[in-house]
Ligand binder design. Structure first.
Ligand code: FES
Length: 139
């Protein structure tokens, strides 16, 4: 795993309700579709996770990188190729932004409403983060 590029995690256990038809879980099918896109591999590490504790809004993915914000997305439709195509744009914008910070309008359309969480890195310069170890700065 390369540490200088983002890591995309995909929940392999996620169900999308079409398991019987495809004989495979939705998360696993989405991962396979990404693996078939050779061009994606140079942009990020890809790893599978067995349950990311977001089962009710499957399929689930997360995007993270060293010293960068971490994002969790849900409601991914593995059979909609626009998701895999938009991912490369999402990762590109993520990689070129300061600390990986992306506002809603900075993300591709499919990844605007499907966001579940945005977590800052431990060491962070973002203005949206306030260190409260010594109380509120303006108190
Ligand atoms: S099975 Fe995918 S988040 Fe739980």
């Amino acid at each position: 795993m390369k540490l200088d590029i983002p890591t995309l995690s995909i929940c392999l256990s996620c169900r999308d309700g079409r398991e019987e038809f495809y004989m495979s879980r939705g998360g696993r099918r989405f991962a396979k579709k990404l693996l078939n896109k050779i061009s994606l591999k140079k942009h990020f590490n890809l790893r599978g996770v067995n349950c990311m504790s977001n089962c009710k809004r499957a399929c689930t993915i997360s995007l993270t990188a060293k010293k960068s914000f971490t994002y969790v997305f849900g409601d991914i439709d593995p059979e909609n190729s626009e998701y895999s195509e938009s991912l490369i744009e999402l990762v590109s914008r993520y990689s070129s932004s300061s600390e990986g910070f992306l506002r809603r309008r900075d993300r591709p359309l499919l990844f605007q409403s499907s966001i579940l969480g945005r977590l800052p890195p431990i060491q962070c310069n973002s203005e949206i983060v306030t260190n409260l170890n010594n109380g509120f700065p303006d108190d």
